[in-house]
Design a protein around this ligand. Structure first.
Ligand code: NAD
Length: 455
């Protein structure tokens, strides 16, 4: 197996101590170089992603592009790690926030975004002055090795800023229990988060959790159905249903239910399924036999409760585990809709009132992504308002998957509450100092408190 845990940590700590002393814009410059190297090797990295995570090549290229975008974002951010200056209530005082790096960031990643999730974490962690120890999914260690090689090609004396810790669950546990890991960022299933988070909390450490989703979309009567069907099909069947943001539950207004079903079924049936390296293919294989077993179990379990099941069968295609994405029509929110089955199963259910659909959407434990398809702005405003979606991502006239890096990514409730990628997500990778500076000759106390022996 890999290097001893304590050796990795010592190397990472030494890298951190050197790296944090570099001015942030210089750190940004290294990340810019990393982005340029990725641009040059985009094809190679995408091929590795498709080999291991088995997503179609266009999505793998998109995944590398996401890391390149993160590099550009972090390069700009390297001159914008702003702290606020607040007016002090005391004369001749300045009150300000100063942001400092944390130390070593541990980064556990899932199989399905083997490079992008590292990119979200690394670009922010590094620009903020931290080092990173990356524990990739056992399914995608080759992606981690290749990414590390590309970092090494531009990193000069800072190669150890990125270190890889290979292994199964016990490798994550070692990171979670180690006090040297200042922040543990963990991406994966809710079950993984529930196993890891208590270990970090027990040592009062910080974690950043990006866990499972159980995402829903609502289709209202005014929706543009051509656009909607495209959005639903990509979100539900794209990446073979193996995105955290995959659409799993669809609520359709009863007035358009039959019309939607009539369009959705042929859209699913016409999906091109096969070799993910073939550019005409839209849906590649599942990651493992175990994933297929999970899909089959969910479909079997709901077979007596569903109105109708379309698709879901294993396909006779060589070189992987291929399935026909399933549509399961139901009259009510059945138990099988409460869990995330990491495979292409879309439950579809009619609704009468939008408020009921929103309630059902929010009724599950996870809170990652959600969508509404409507041309009625009152409906979309309701969906985005305080009585609307309880998810970290809420889209209008777009499916639940395919986020851009500019916004903060993450979800609520069992999804873990973490935010990564754009906006001000960088703040999770730093510690905040509140500093009050006195440049006067008096020592006035805050809130008018008197502590003067002469008075
Ligand atoms: P997984 O939970 O099986 O594994 C994720 C990582 O955690 C791997 O590195 C694995 O080795 C480790 N791990 C798993 N169980 C563990 C345990 N009990 N103790 C310690 N370490 C453990 O997930 P996966 O199958 O690789 O990926 C799919 C899951 O990840 C889905 O639930 C998906 O929704 C989620 N995901 C979430 C996001 C997000 O940003 N919210 C992104 C991608 C994937």
């Amino acid at each position: 197996m890999g290097e001893k845990h304590s050796d990795l940590v010592n190397k990472s700590k030494a890298a951190f101590l050197k790296w944090r002393a570099l001015p942030a814009p210089e750190r940004g410059n290294y990340i810019r170089l990393f982005g340029e190297a990725l641009r040059e090797q985009k094809k190679e990295v995408a091929n590795q992603i498709t080999s291991e995570a088995k997503k179609i090549i266009s999505e793998s290229e998109g995944e590398v592009q996401e890391v390149i975008d993160m590099c550009d974002f972090a390069t700009g951010l390297s001159r914008q790690l702003y702290g606020l200056t607040m007016p002090s209530e005391r004369p001749n005082h300045r009150l300000q926030e100063i942001w400092q790096p944390l130390g070593i960031v541990g980064c556990i990643t899932a199989f399905n975004f083997p490079v992008a999730v590292f990119g979200w974490n690394f670009c922010l962690a590094a620009v903020c002055g931290n080092s990173i120890i990356w524990k990739p999914s056992p399914h995608s260690e080759g992606c981690a090795e290749l990414t590390k090689k590309i970092w090494d090609s531009v990193a000069g004396e800072y190669k150890d800023l990125v270190l890889i810790k290979k292994g199964a669950n016990d490798a994550s546990v070692e990171l979670a229990e180690d006090e040297n890991i200042a922040l543990l960022s963990a991406t994966g299933s809710c079950a993984m988060g529930k196993a890891i988070a208590p270990l970090v909390s027990a040592r009062l450490g910080r974690n950043l959790l990006e866990l499972g989703g159980n995402n829903a979309a609502i289709i209202c009567p005014t929706a543009d159905l051509d656009l909607t069907i495209k959005g639903v099909t990509f979100s539900a069947a794209g990446t073979t249903g193996q995105r955290c943001t995959t659409l799993r539950r669809l609520f359709v207004h009863e007035d358009i239910y039959e019309e939607v079903i009539k369009k959705l079924i042929p859209s699913f049936e016409s999906l091109k399924i096969g070799d993910p390296f073939d550019r005409n293919i839209q849906v590649g294989p599942l990651i493992s036999e175990q994933s297929y077993e999970a899909m089959k179990k969910t479909l079997d379990d709901c077979s007596n409760k569903a109105k109708k099941i379309h698709g879901g069968q294993k396909l006779d295609i060589e070189g992987g585990i291929y399935v026909q994405p399933a549509i399961v029509e139901v009259d009510s929110h059945i138990d099988e809709m409460n869990d995330e089955t990491f495979a292409p199963i879309l439950f579809v259910m009619p609704f009468k009132k939008l408020t009921d659909a929103i309630k059902l959407q929010n009724s599950v434990k996870q809170g990652l992504s959600s969508s509404i398809f409507t041309n009625d702005f009152r409906e979309s405003e309701l969906f985005l308002g305080p009585e609307g979606s309880d998810c970290g991502i809420a889209n209008v006239n777009i499916g639940t998957s395919g986020a851009e890096i500019g916004g903060a990514f993450g979800g609520e409730k069992d999804t873990g509450g973490g935010r990564e990628s754009g906006s001000d997500a960088w703040k999770a990778y730093m510690r905040r100092i509140t500093a009050t500076l006195n440049h006067g000759i008096e020592l006035p106390l805050a809130q008018g408190v008197e502590f003067d022996s002469e008075s």
